[in-house]
Design a protein. Structure first.
Length: 79
């Protein structure tokens, strides 16, 4: 049981870390690209993925550590 909880927490931490890295790459893309369409493409596609990964990681962490699911997190994920 302890090893399973650690593995789930590790998966949640990896998802949160990947979401942060993708958000960083998105901000670099906003600085690097010259055209407004390329900037908006870099901002929207990667920020959507980074927010999704971060929220799913937080949901997994809360389910594994505290045993319940927050309604606020589900609403943030849906909207």
């Amino acid at each position: 049981m302890q090893i399973t909880s650690e593995i789930v927490n590790l998966i949640a931490a990896i998802m949160i870390f990947l979401g942060s890295i993708i958000a960083l790459i998105s901000s670099i893309g906003l600085i690097k690209f010259q055209d407004v369409f390329l900037r908006s493409h870099a901002a929207t596609k990667s920020s959507t993925l980074s927010v999704l990964l971060t929220l799913v990681g937080v949901i997994i962490f809360f389910i594994s550590s505290q045993g319940y699911l927050s309604v606020r997190l589900i609403l943030a994920l849906v909207f």
